[in-house]
Design a protein. Structure first.
Length: 384
């Protein structure tokens, strides 16, 4: 099931921990939308005729766009690539944008799933993270989304950062026990981010490792008690409410990424667009045909990496082991060949048997093994 990702590169203010590409300059918004539509038209063949099953509008902060503009983006993507009936259409949104009128208008669009970046319901935490919404806005946004008929709601929460207490973490979780999807991430301190510099300058102290482990254990206990399925390292959902879009990433499906800094994958190559709005707009105006995109665009609009079988299989091993579905050895045999299939079986035999279960050719990590997923995947990697 192919997917479409659209990157909206605008934010009112950059969060202190964020290292994703975005801009606070909204003056080029209209030109950006026109360039985005043009990119869609030029890249119609990228998915090789597959009708997409998911559309994910991320960023940045996509909810800075009006619902009218969001619907225009969705409509153009449908026209160019096609979307299956009942396709999952997700919009990332920040609570400060989700007031009553915005959500009322959004309910009239094709968006059927919201991913709300709350992170915390406590104002002191939000200040540390550089978030511009308040705890009250976070609570109100959830209430309004339910009131206006959104039933498929995901919430982002963060733990393992300065100022977050154990009591606050438990209360944050309690406030989202009625949503059907949670993405919960431990802080990753990114170089060049504002928070990285603040920690470096001793403005904030990072929590100790045992505090972070405790917060993770609280999260696991909360998920079990409230019937969330822990289906990927950082993702939890109620039965049947998996993120179809992200699950496709983890299960080696093709996807196209549109907009500045967006990544694409079609099994044979990885491609990523330049990370600059003015350059993206300017270069898109110079490209008028598919042939020009493939020749003039390379280097000026995007970069490509040809993927070897080893690169592809290693990535599949790494991402699949982070999920409850695990690594499908029969898929490896079919997609990559018998030599990789038998080679992986040999590697598995050298791994501590307490870390995994292997049944019906599905390699699934145990509870203990899942805590070591990246290290185990590394031990299973093939060399060129």
């Amino acid at each position: 099931m192919a997917g479409i990702y659209i990157h909206i590169p605008f934010c009112v203010e950059k969060c202190s921990y964020c290292n994703f590409f975005s801009s606070t300059d909204f003056s080029l918004q209209e030109d950006f939308i026109n360039a985005l539509f043009h990119e869609m038209d030029l890249r119609q063949a990228y998915l090789d005729g597959q009708c997409a099953g998911t559309l994910y509008i991320g960023g940045g902060t996509p909810s800075v766009l009006s619902p009218v503009v969001i619907e225009k983006i969705i409509s153009h993507a449908k026209k160019v690539f096609g979307l299956k009936a009942g396709a999952e259409i997700t919009l990332e949104a920040n609570p400060n944008n989700l007031d009553k009128e915005y959500i009322r208008q959004l309910a009239d669009t094709s968006v059927n799933r919201l991913s709300i970046g709350i992170q915390s319901f406590f104002d002191d935490n939000l200040k540390v993270l550089g978030r511009i919404h308040t705890g009250k806005q976070a609570e109100t946004s959830l209430e309004l989304t339910y009131r206006y008929g959104f039933s498929n709601i995901s919430v982002d929460l963060m733990y393992g950062y300065p100022s977050l207490t154990g009591d606050q973490w438990r209360k944050n979780l309690e406030k989202v026990k009625t949503v059907n999807h949670l993405s919960c991430y431990s802080l990753s301190l990114e170089p060049h981010s504002k928070l990285y510099k603040q920690v470096e300058n001793k403005v904030y102290d990072l929590p100790q490792e045992d505090e972070i482990i405790s917060q993770y254990q609280v999260l696991s206990g909360f998920a079990k008690k409230n019937h969330f399925i822990h289906y990927e390292t950082s993702n939890f959902c109620k039965p049947g409410r998996f993120s179809k879009h992200n699950s496709a990433y983890w299960q080696d499906e093709a996807y196209i990424g549109l907009g500045p800094s967006a990544h694409s994958f079609n099994h044979f190559q990885r491609q990523w667009n330049i990370a600059g709005i003015p350059d993206y707009i300017r270069q898109m105006k110079l490209i008028n045909t598919v042939q020009q995109w493939e020749t003039q665009g390379k280097g000026s609009l995007f970069e490509q990496e040809r993927l070897t079988s080893v690169m592809r299989i290693n990535e599949y091993i790494m991402t699949s082991l982070r999920t409850i579905w695990g690594c499908d050895l029969q898929y490896i045999k079919t997609r990559f060949g018998e030599s990789f299939y038998f080679g992986l079986k040999e590697k598995i035999n050298k791994i501590n048997f307490m870390w995994y279960n292997l049944e019906d050719d599905k390699l699934i990590l145990s509870k203990t093994g899942s805590l070591l997923a990246d290290a185990i995947a590394s031990d299973l990697f093939f060399e060129e």
